[in-house]
Design a protein around this ligand. Structure first.
Ligand SMILES: [Zn+2]
Length: 213
């Protein structure tokens, strides 16, 4: 077998071109991702375990609604939540934008969204809209008494934080007057990982006749 110099000369520039193309495609991809949302306060703690997020329960049904405030110690919360849910709900964290939870939320049909910390009803598909900012968005809550808002001045900006009024868990932020064509022009920008989705059909099994308006 004879390897001639010309064979080598032809292949090396080809390889270079291929790898340069690959690298520039990668750079373009990363730049696109970073451009996609201005409010990227995504925390860096979402790393190795981020793909092992909570899996949607196959036989989810409407959870029992809490009738009084849910108060737990930090240790108890750690036991009842996934690490990502604990970081968001109890430590004011933010999930990565355009993540798996957002993809799942987009695919979900008609149903109700409950707090992952305490099962209180928070939102429903009737208030859901895609604001294309990388996180689940709703123009209103489906149970106003289960939501509370607070002024948040972290990261050098003034925002309105949204919390669960039952367990005091951090859910996200609400923005107003952005020009969305919705009944309220408010955007509840919520971390998908702290929402439990239950389709209306499942809830309807126990909840007799709950017809969408
Ligand atoms: Zn809650």
């Amino acid at each position: 077998m004879v390897l001639t110099g010309s064979t080598l000369r032809v292949r090396i520039p080809d390889m270079k071109r291929v790898s340069q193309l690959f690298i520039s495609t990668l750079i373009a991809g990363v730049a696109l991702l970073q451009l996609s949302c201005g409010d990227a306060t995504a925390d860096s703690k979402e790393q190795a375990s981020q793909d092992e997020g909570p899996k949607p329960e196959a036989n989810a049904s409407k959870p029992v609604q809490p009738t009084k405030p849910v108060i737990k110690t930090e240790e108890e919360w750690k036991k009842s939540l996934t690490p990502e849910q604990f970081e968001i709900l109890r430590k004011h964290g933010t999930e990565r934008a355009w993540g798996k939870a957002y993809d799942e939320w987009k695919k979900q049909g008609a149903g109700t969204y409950y707090c992952a910390g305490c099962d209180a009803e928070l939102f429903s598909s009737k208030e859901k809209f895609d604001a294309r900012c990388g996180w689940p968005a709703f123009f209103d809550s489906s149970k106003h008494e289960n939501i509370k808002t607070l002024r948040d001045t972290s990261f050098g900006t003034v925002r309105v934080e949204v919390r669960c009024n039952v367990c005091d868990g951090h859910l996200g932020h609400v923005f107003s007057g952005e020009g969305f064509d919705t009944p309220t022009d408010q955007r509840y920008c919520i971390n998908g990982k702290v929402l439990k989705f239950v389709p209306f059909a499942e809830a309807g099994k126990k909840d007799s006749k709950k017809k969408p308006e």
